[in-house]
Design a protein. Structure first.
Length: 279
């Protein structure tokens, strides 16, 4: 099965929900015009990232996000980032997936960073679940920024037979400039190549751009095929929008060549994890 995915590497406006909604609507309509099946926006795309103690003021219930994009979701699947006020009154960094007027999944960031320039744990709660979910084209999974730097979480999606990993972030420019790019970009690209190759999955990575409180966000969004190859690459620093067609039959070919999934012994993994935990 073939589908077309649009990557919206946008510059969001910090704390300005109404303006950000208009930015989203513009790119969603562009993706619809290109006959895309899915559009993916970065982490906290609806609010901006560096919210600090303003996070609660701009937080939304997931049902409100669905209401805002209900009509557009009848024409295209939408994944976007927002600060969520949960049923427990805790604020989370969340990534929602909407299709045909329904919420198919809502992932809450499990590892908000709490070092260096970020102090997210002071303002956001930690998610607790990693679940893949069914779409019209197959099984998908979502992880947010720091989450996908933890291989254990990517492994959980692999064990649930995810065919598409949607990875969203607000990664700033960090590390020294090198002849062929930025340090953090290089390490991210290598990590995603390993995931896509060994987990037999397509990966869509969407990172934001722009400046907030002196922080420059990197961009450099990309897509990977199940062989680990980069099939789409967006520029660093600059706002951009690109689309790519993927064919899920390629996953079957990779699994045929190296059938790792059917060899997995989940009980062995669980037993060893129990021993490590009880250490």
């Amino acid at each position: 099965m073939k589908i077309k995915i649009s990557l919206a590497q946008i510059n969001t406006k910090l704390g300005n929900i109404n303006q950000n909604i208009k930015i989203h609507e513009k790119y969603i309509k562009k993706a619809i015009d290109e006959k895309s099946n899915l559009i993916v926006f970065p982490e906290l795309s609806i609010s901006g990232y560096y919210l600090q103690d303003g996070a609660l003021e701009v937080s939304l219930k997931k049902e409100r996000v669905l209401e805002i994009f209900y009509d557009l979701s009848q024409k295209i699947d939408i994944s976007l980032g927002f600060p969520e006020i949960g049923e427990d009154s805790v604020t989370y960094i969340s990534q929602i997936y909407i299709s045909k007027g329904k919420i198919l999944h809502n992932h809450r960031k499990i590892y908000p960073p709490n070092h260096g320039m970020f102090d997210d744990l002071k303002f956001f709660g930690k998610g607790k679940e990693v679940k893949s979910f069914d779409t019209d084209f197959g099984k998908a999974g979502m992880l947010i920024c720091r989450d996908f730097f933890h291989p254990s979480l990517a492994l959980l999606h692999y064990l649930q037979n995810s065919e598409l990993l949607i990875l969203t972030s607000a990664i700033p420019v960090r590390g020294s400039y090198r002849e062929n790019g930025i340090g953090i970009y290089e390490s991210t690209e290598k990590l995603l190549s390993i995931y896509s190759l060994r987990f037999h999955t397509f990966i869509v990575f969407v990172n934001r751009v722009g400046f907030e409180e002196g922080i420059c966000f990197m961009g450099g969004s990309m897509a990977k095929d199940p062989s680990g190859k980069t099939i789409l690459s967006l520029p660093l620093i600059k706002e951009d929008f690109e689309s790519i067609e993927i064919n899920f039959d390629e996953i079957k070919e990779e699994i045929f060549n190296l059938p790792l999934r059917r060899e997995e012994e989940i009980d062995i993994i669980l037993n060893n994890l129990k021993e490590i935990k009880n250490g």
